[in-house]
Design a protein around this ligand. Structure first.
Ligand SMILES: *[C@@H]1O[C@H](CO)[C@@H](O)[C@H](O)[C@H]1NC(C)=O
Ligand SMILES: *[C@@H]1O[C@H](CO)[C@@H](O)[C@H](O)[C@H]1NC(C)=O
Ligand SMILES: [Zn+2]
Length: 316
């Protein structure tokens, strides 16, 4: 699995970042090899393929006209590095699991954004170890590390409402000014959040595989919890949860609200296509739910045209 290394290297070159920041190719390669190795490739979901997927999505969002014309090279570099490293050394279990098993990381980060802090500090560790930015003024490299942290910490799903309300308020007031550094940073945080959970916005065949992988990881955690007689975490019990209901909940309460706002911010063909896939994928999961979906299925029988909603319709 070398895709994360080659993809990131390709993108750094594509954006001209190697030259602009006078990065040493030997250090860049070494950094990316270490990043790749720090992902646990036996995790069904949180592995370097997920990191590559998020990096690819981030690249697509950075290319959206509104962002492309306002972002600085530094923003792009940080956006790509944050995407590539945002789940570094992910243990394949979630924060509640680390807290209840008294994992040292939970103590180290005081039960707060435990994983995200660890991903960030791991990324900083690799940046320092490979001396990737050692030719830059100390002030600049420290600033890069701080911003990398602020981007990675934004991927903490438990803080989504905070970010989403702030985004919504800005969009309602039409006061986002991409000439302003802190506004641009906020939009990068939102872009990374979208990239991190964009699986349901991919075409069905891809989306479905990601769903199976993430559920496999959840159920694996549930099995460990049962084995150790711990309370089984929400979504992690293979006896009471199904891939379909985990996905439908995730799409309805987490992905749809985020991507609806993103499409308000960046109303492009890409955003509309993503909302279209989201709608169709959710309908596919609903169709696989035999019992609970009865009501909806009845409605669909009465009105067969309701499934042929135009792409991008937010009727889901
Ligand atoms: C983290 O949560 C656990 C379990 O609720 C608690 O025992 C521990 O004291 C908490 N640690 C900190 C630093 O708050
Ligand atoms: C940028 O935006 C922040 C937050 O809205 C604001 O506090 C700051 O004054 C703005 N900076 C400039 C230069 O306009
Ligand atoms: Zn992730």
């Amino acid at each position: 699995m070398i895709c994360l290394i080659s993809l990131t290297l390709y993108l750094l070159t594509h954006y001209g970042l190697i030259e602009l920041f006078q990065l040493d190719m030997v250090k860049v390669r070494r950094f990316l090899v270490l990043v790749q190795e720090d992902y646990h490739n036996h995790n069904p979901y949180h592995n370097s393929v997920h990191a590559a997927d998020v990096t690819q999505a981030m690249h697509c969002y950075l290319k959206e006209p509104k962002l492309a014309k306002s972002l600085t090279s530094c923003d792009v570099l940080l956006g790509l590095l944050a995407a590539a490293t945002h789940d570094l050394d992910h243990p394949g279990v979630n924060q509640p699991f680390l807290v209840k098993t008294n994992h040292y990381l939970a103590a180290l980060y005081r039960n707060t954004s435990v994983l995200e802090n660890h991903h960030w500090r791991s990324a900083v560790g690799l940046l320092r170890e490979t001396e990737l930015f050692s030719h830059l003024p100390t002030e600049d490299s420290l600033n890069m590390e701080r911003q990398l942290g602020s981007l990675i910490l934004a991927t903490d799903i438990s803080r989504q409402n905070e970010y989403l309300s702030k985004f919504r308020t800005h969009l309602d007031q039409e006061d986002l000014c991409l000439g302003n550094t802190s506004h641009r940073h906020f939009v990068l945080q939102m872009a990374l959040k979208c990239a991190d959970i964009c699986n349901p916005c991919r075409p069905w065949e891809l989306s479905k595989q990601w769903s199976e992988k993430v559920t496999e990881e959840f159920f694996h955690q549930g099995d460990i919890e049962k084995k150790h007689k711990l309370e089984v975490s929400p979504l992690c019990d293979s006896e009471t949860n199904s891939i379909a209901d985990v996905q439908i909940g995730f799409m309805t309460y987490v992905v749809e609200p985020l991507f609806a706002e993103w499409a308000r911010f960046s109303d492009t063909r890409l955003s509309q296509t993503m909302l279209g896939h989201l709608c169709l994928n959710k309908a596919s999961w609903n169709a696989m739910q035999p019992e609970e979906a009865e009501g909806e299925q009845a409605a669909a029988t009465e009105e067969p045209s309701s499934r042929a909603l135009p792409q991008g319709s937010q009727e889901c």
